[in-house]
Design a protein around this ligand. Structure first.
Ligand SMILES: C[S@@+](CC[C@H](N)C(=O)[O-])C[C@H]1O[C@@H](n2cnc3c(N)ncnc32)[C@H](O)[C@@H]1O
Length: 363
């Protein structure tokens, strides 16, 4: 009687799931003998454990504690105030994930963790990881409820968490803000309104590049009170007014001919977005322009750096990533005329709209 091979739950990626033949070489190639393996499923399902491992390492600042010449688990334990066994296990597992490199009894940061998580490199990703750890991780624990109900599951943020959220957002959006300031012709405008402007990530480079522009940044009162003092002691003190307002319910200011709504519509439902666009249309001058910057859903699969986005936006406040054609429908329904959809470096894009003829709103 021939024995049937026993399938392995924890198959190694790229190797057969059962003792059904020789393992292929590393790297992409034909499907291994014996058919599909559970490897991708178990790796995806256990992804939260790797995330949490990385979050703990960030919380104790492990990558900053490892100097270029490397450190033993004992040194890591002392510097991170961890039991030596924990430092040893964390290092062992982080090395298995490729985030540390082992050299004898020492561990060194991998090139990417040295560059982005040590605080010594060109970009510091630690604020983003801290935000995901302290806020997003708990929200995703209620992801089933969010997907079933389309309701937000993120709780109220403490002032520290608000700060962490705003810093994380700014770290992600600063590049797009610089791209918009550089590529869109703001010289035709006089006054800028930045709706849900965060810590001024878009307003600052736009005002810096266009010295004749003045503007207003609208933010929730708790964020406005954080940003206001910073702006009033900056180069923009005389040119930028920071106002605390809920843009869905509080009066909106008139007279702004460039209305920037950046990374905002994705936070809300289509109904909320139509309501906001309608309110903005009511205060826009006839020669005004609406500039919607977002991670639009404009391909069959998300851009690799936006894979997490639709889920995260749902957890935060019931949002999603949206297709440009559905945004065009919202614009028509709220008294705007769709002018163009211009790519910015991916995954961002810019949708430009102008006030439609009076009475042209379709609903
Ligand atoms: C994803 S952030 C984008 C910030 C900024 N526009 C950027 O792209 O960097 C969304 C911002 O909208 C603000 N926000 C959310 N709901 C708001 C509301 N109802 N009124 C005003 N601002 C709001 C949040 O505080 C947050 O700073």
């Amino acid at each position: 009687m021939t024995e049937r091979p026993v399938p392995r739950v924890f198959a190694v990626p790229g190797q057969p799931s059962a003792d059904a033949g020789p393992a292929p070489d590393d790297g992409p190639g034909p499907a291994p003998a014996g058919g599909p393996t559970p490897a991708r499923i178990t790796e995806a399902a256990a992804g939260f454990m790797l995330s949490k491992l990385l979050f703990v390492a960030t919380e104790v600042d492990l990558f900053a504690a490892i100097p270029p010449e490397g450190a033993t688990p004992q040194t890591i334990a002392e510097r991170c105030q961890l039991p030596e066994r924990s430092a040893s296990t964390l290092s062992y597992l982080l090395a298995a994930a490729g985030l540390l490199e082992r050299d004898g009894d020492r561990y060194r940061n991998a090139p990417d963790t040295e560059a982005f998580l040590s605080g010594r490199g060109p970009l510091d990703l630690r604020p983003i990881l801290r935000y995901w750890d302290t806020v997003s991780y708990a929200s995703w624990g209620r992801a089933g409820t969010a997907f079933r109900t389309r309701q937000a599951v993120r709780g109220e943020l403490s002032p520290e968490q608000t700060q962490a959220y705003e810093s994380a957002v700014a770290a992600v959006t600063a590049e797009t803000a610089a791209d918009l300031a550089r590529t869109y012709d703001f010289s035709r405008h006089r006054r800028l309104l930045d709706v849900g402007g965060g810590i001024g990530t878009f307003t600052r480079p736009i005002l810096r590049d266009h010295p004749r522009l003045t503007g207003t940044l609208l933010e929730l009162p708790e964020v406005a009170s954080m940003v206001g003092p910073d702006i009033s002691s900056s180069e923009f003190a005389q040119r930028l007014d920071v106002r605390g307002a809920d843009v869905f319910t509080d009066p909106l200011p008139n007279g702004h001919d460039a209305i920037v709504v950046a990374n905002f519509l994705h936070l809300f439902s289509p109904e909320h977005n139509i309501a906001l666009l309608t309110r903005l249309r009511e205060v826009a001058p006839p020669d005004g322009r609406l500039l919607l910057v977002d991670w639009w859903r404009d391909g069959p699969t998300p851009h690799p750096s936006a894979r997490f986005a639709a889920g995260e936006f749902l957890m935060i406040s019931g949002g999603d990533t949206y297709r440009p054609d559905e945004v065009a429908d919202w614009l028509a329904a709220s008294g705007w005329r769709f002018v163009s959809h211009q790519p910015l470096p991916p995954p961002a894009g810019l949708i430009v709209a102008e006030p439609a003829e009076p009475g042209a709103a379709s609903r």
